[in-house]
Design a binder for this molecule. Structure first.
Ligand SMILES: [Zn+2]
Length: 601
């Protein structure tokens, strides 16, 4: 089964790359572009920056202390994509492995001297995930051998003691290696890493131990906090440990932390992590649009976590959040040509970014960059898109569940279907049965889709958010037609989110929309919108929207160069205009721009 996550129990079983094949469409096109362009782009940059040369022993060593992990993430992407460059790159990596299984190009010779910032166990985590991907797609080879030797080394070195890594990821990697090999010590090692955290296991640092979730044990935490990628990778590993050990208390703890994080610490796009200074979650309701950090990797980690919770519980809310994050964060993270990337994903950009040649040394979100000093996001996008079909559908004993509607063919047991749809632009989803068979087919109805209908055997019935259900037996040629009402809608923020008061945003289906201004186009600083039904304009397969707005300068208390006044000043409607809105994931593809998702009313 070709899956990044394959739990041995849970309400739903994932269908893998062998069961789900994407056809051309929103995601099929992106997965193909990833295989054809982005994977080679990442390898070229890792070679150019010397990060691959580190494994050949080239000196001086180049890149940050965790740069090995980028090559491992790329190897994972290559594994899922069955990419021809994999064997040679795996052979290069293997040269750096030491006799006892240790492998790290930064810390060889001074190993395990910095658990807070050294990232050695973090790097193993990504190596092991690459090895698991290769085992499931191909079987044993040089890469899987390197990964298993490294995992065995970790178990020998760390099974006893109190140490853990400043950056989680090895927890979920070891559980998955246990799932594919059946070797129990990998699960036990992961369990111990989870239980050690928060005792505490690591030194205090200026950001505080919450930065690496070492402030309190995971069972006692109320919400995700600290560095967002670390928090969400850890939570994913905790779900894996809980599922495999049958630890319901541990699973419930993560579910509760997820609930509060969704209610109070998540941006409209699904982005997580408000603070730039330590790439961390903010306090409850601290969700400023212009200072939203929303690292692309955090969104990928959130998708990984939501998928695990969906498998464990069968609750459609996890698929809803995954969908929001896929369309508005993952799709935003990579340019339409597959060669440049966002690291941070703010919901408002006030000043157009200056185009850069070469490596971006910062992580700000004004323009996509071909590469970064810390290039976690491009490789993370590559491995996620390469394994994306595994997130679309699941199975139970009685049938299949389709969570994400995308043109595809899905085969499992007695069921073979083709999904035909123009989603997310169009809300019609047709499931055509390809062969005679039997089983229940469930189609997810997103939370925003009130008044959805399902047509089946000549009858049309209303279906509510959650899952629409249809039972067999099926004859080849039968079809189900799900109609999701996908007209644009206004969305308003909880008033507790101070930074968004007085604003509204527009969504259409799973897509969040934004206003963008490039070059001489009207500036966005002083606009105000009227909450009237948006007008749709479809062109070149993309639906844009228009809303009524005033674009003129607002008359604020701006006297004597002081932006505050004794009386409240409202917006002066100095012009009537129509404001063009584009899907958020498409912003920044026309050059330096200002942008905003939340529109003052
Ligand atoms: Zn990243």
């Amino acid at each position: 089964m070709a899956n990044p996550v394959l739990p041995s129990s849970g309400v739903l079983s994932p269908l893998g790359l062998d069961a789900v094949r994407l056809s051309p469409g929103f995601w099929g096109d992106r997965v193909a572009l990833n295989r054809e362009v982005t994977i080679a782009h990442c390898q070229d940059w890792e070679e150019r920056e010397g990060w691959i040369g580190n494994f050949r022993g080239e000196r001086p060593r180049r890149g940050r202390e965790f740069s090995d992990s980028e090559i491992y993430k790329l190897l994972e992407a290559m594994s899922w994509a069955d990419h021809p460059a994999l064997p040679a790159l795996a052979e290069t990596v293997a040269q750096a492995q030491e006799g006892d299984g240790y492998i790290n190009t930064r810390w060889s010779g001074s190993r395990y001297t910095d658990f807070e910032w050294g990232h050695e166990l973090y790097c193993y985590g990504h190596l092991i995930q690459a090895g698991v991907a290769r085992l499931r797609m191909h079987g044993e080879d040089r890469l899987t051998q390197v990964a298993v030797w490294a995992a065995d080394h970790v178990c020998r070195r760390f099974m006893e003691g109190t140490e853990t890594c400043g950056h989680p990821v090895i927890e979920m990697a070891l559980v998955e290696l246990y799932r594919v090999t059946g070797t129990e010590r990998y699960l036990e090692m992961a369990r111990r890493f989870v239980e050690r955290r928060g005792l505490p296991a690591l030194a205090d640092i200026p950001f505080g131990r919450a930065y690496y979730q070492d402030d309190i044990p995971v069972r006692q935490a109320q919400v995700f906090r600290g560095h967002a990628v670390r928090a969400l990778y850890l939570a994913s590993g905790v779900v894996d440990v809980a599922v495999e050990t049958g630890d319901q208390e541990l699973l419930k703890a993560v579910e509760a932390q997820w609930e509060r994080t969704i209610a109070r610490r998540t941006h409209l796009t699904g982005g997580m992590g408000s603070r730039h200074i330590d790439e961390s979650f903010g306090d409850d309701y601290e969700l400023p649009p212009d200072r939203a950090y929303n690292e692309t990797c955090a969104s990928i980690a959130s998708i990984m976590l939501a998928h695990r919770l969906l498998l464990a519980t069968g609750d459609a809310r996890y698929a809803d959040l995954a969908e929001r994050t896929l369309y508005n964060m993952l799709a935003t993270g990579v340019a339409l040509d597959g060669r440049s990337f966002f690291y941070a994903n703010p919901l408002q950009v006030r000043v157009p970014a200056v185009p850069l040649e070469g490596v971006n040394h910062a992580a700000e979100g004004g323009l996509r960059s071909p590469w970064f000093d810390v290039s976690c996001c491009p490789n993370n996008i590559a491995r996620t898109l390469a394994s994306l079909p595994a997130y679309l559908a699941t199975s139970t004993d009685d049938g299949i569940q389709i969570h994400h509607h995308s043109p595809s063919e899905i085969r499992h047991g007695d069921l073979a279907v083709r999904v035909e749809t123009g989603y997310p632009w169009d809300g019609s989803v047709t499931v055509r049965v390809l062969e005679d068979g039997d089983g229940r087919i469930k189609l997810r109805v997103p939370a925003w889709a009130s008044d959805a209908t399902l047509a089946h055997r000549g009858t049309v019935r209303e279906v509510t958010p959650g899952y629409a259900v249809a039972d067999g037996p099926w004859r080849a040629g039968d079809e189900l037609r799900l109609e999701l009402p996908i007209s644009p809608r206004w969305t308003f923020p909880n008033t507790k989110i101070d930074a968004l008061r007085g604003c509204a945003a527009v969504e259409r289906g799973p897509l969040v929309y934004c206003a963008e201004s490039v070059g001489d186009e009207p500036p966005l600083a002083d606009l105000a919108v009227r909450v009237q039904p948006p007008v749709e304009n479809a062109a070149n397969g993309v639906v844009e929207l228009e809303v009524e707005a005033s674009l003129g300068a607002a008359e604020l208390g701006d006297s004597d160069g002081w932006p505050y006044a004794p009386a409240q000043n409202g917006h002066v409607d100095s012009s009537d205009a129509r404001l063009r809105l584009i899907p958020y994931h498409r912003w920044g593809n026309r050059g330096p721009a200002t942008m905003r998702v939340w529109l003052p009313i």
